[in-house]
Design a protein around this ligand. Sequence first.
Ligand code: KG4
Ligand code: ZN
Length: 347
Amino acid sequence: MSLVLGIESSCDETAAALVTSDRRIVAQRIASQDEAHAPYGGVVPEIAARAHAERLGPMIEAVLADGGVSLSDCDAIAATAGPGLIGGVMVGLVSAKALAMASDKPLIAINHLEGHAVSPRLADSELTFPYDLLLVSGGHCQILRVEDVGEYRRLATTIDDALGEAFDKTAKILGLGFPGGPAVEQLAMQGDPGAVALPRPLKGSKEPHFSFAGLKSAVLRAQQSGDHKPEDIAASFQQAALDCVIDRLKRALDAQEKPTGSLVVAGGVAANMAIRGALERFASTRDMRFIAPPPSLCTDNAAMIAWAGCEHLARANFAPDPLDFVAKPRWPLDPHADPARGAGVKA
Ligand code: KG4
Ligand code: ZN
C-alpha cells in the first residue's frame, strides 16, 4: 500500500490531502477563496496566486499532522501542474518540487482534468476502465472515453462556454453572487422549469459538441424583460442545460462502436442533484451503470490529485516527473482531439 500527498491550487481552492492506494482519504484540508473574489464576480488570478502562496505551506503541515505522518512516510508528492490559472498552478507545483527534493520522494505532475476524470474510482472500487465520462466544471465541458490512466479519447467539447461557466453567468444575471452553481440549483428548486422558453443550443446537431453562449444570452433577455420570476428563470435555465447535456451525450455515445457499460460524471457541476438525476435516468435507459462521486469530491479538491498520483504510482511503467517539469496553463487530456468546428479558445 502506498501513501501520496496531493496538492491542488489551479483555481480558487487551496487544498492538500493524503490518500492511500487502497482508497482511504487519510486527511484533507480545503480553503476556499470565495470571499476574496466575490466583490469582482469571478476569480482574479493575481489574488488567487497570492492566497495560495500564503496558505499552502501551513496547510500541508496541518494535513501531515492531521494524518499523523511525516513527509518521509509518503511514497510520492503529487501536484496539479495544469491546466489552470498559471500563477496558482506554479505555487502548488513549486511547493511540491521543493518537498520532493527535500524528502527525496518522487514528484508526480498531475493534469487537473485527470484528477477529476479518475476521482470516481477513488469513491468506487468497482469502477474499472474503460468508462464514458461527462466532465463538467467551471472551465471545461467534455465527454471523454477513459480507456486507462493517462489514456483519454475526447468525444465532445464545448465550442464556447463551459457548463459551470453558464451556471455562474446565470447566477450573476440573477444577482445570486459567486460562485453561482449551487445558488442557481437552490433557486431552481422553487421554480417552474417550463415557465420560460429558452433555447437548447446545438440540440440535434450531428457533431456531439456543446454550446452554452446562446443560452446565457437568452437568460439575460428573459431577466431584462421583467416578465419572469427569478426562480422560474433559474429552473428553466437548468432544464435547458440538462436537455442539452443529455442530447449531446446520446449523440456522442451513439457514434461509438462499442459501449463501455459505465457512465460517470465528474467536475464541479457534477455536484448538481438535478443533473445527477437526469444522467442516472439516461444511464438506465441504456443499461449503463451510473457513477457520481460524492459532491465533495466533485468540486476542486486535493484528494483527487493525490488519488491520480496513486493511479500513476501503481502503473508498471511509472516514472517520476523531472524537477524541472514546467507548469502548463493549457493541457488537453486528449492531445490528438481535433479542434471542434466553430470553437473559440477552449480545447
Ligand atoms: O471543478 P470545479 O470546482 O472547478 C473547476 O475546475 O472549474 O468546478 C467549479 C464549477 C463552477 O462553475 C460552479 O458554479 C460549478 O462548478 N458548480 C455547480 C454546482 N456546484 C459547483 N454547478 C451547478 N450546480 C452545483 N450544485
Ligand atoms: Zn476542477
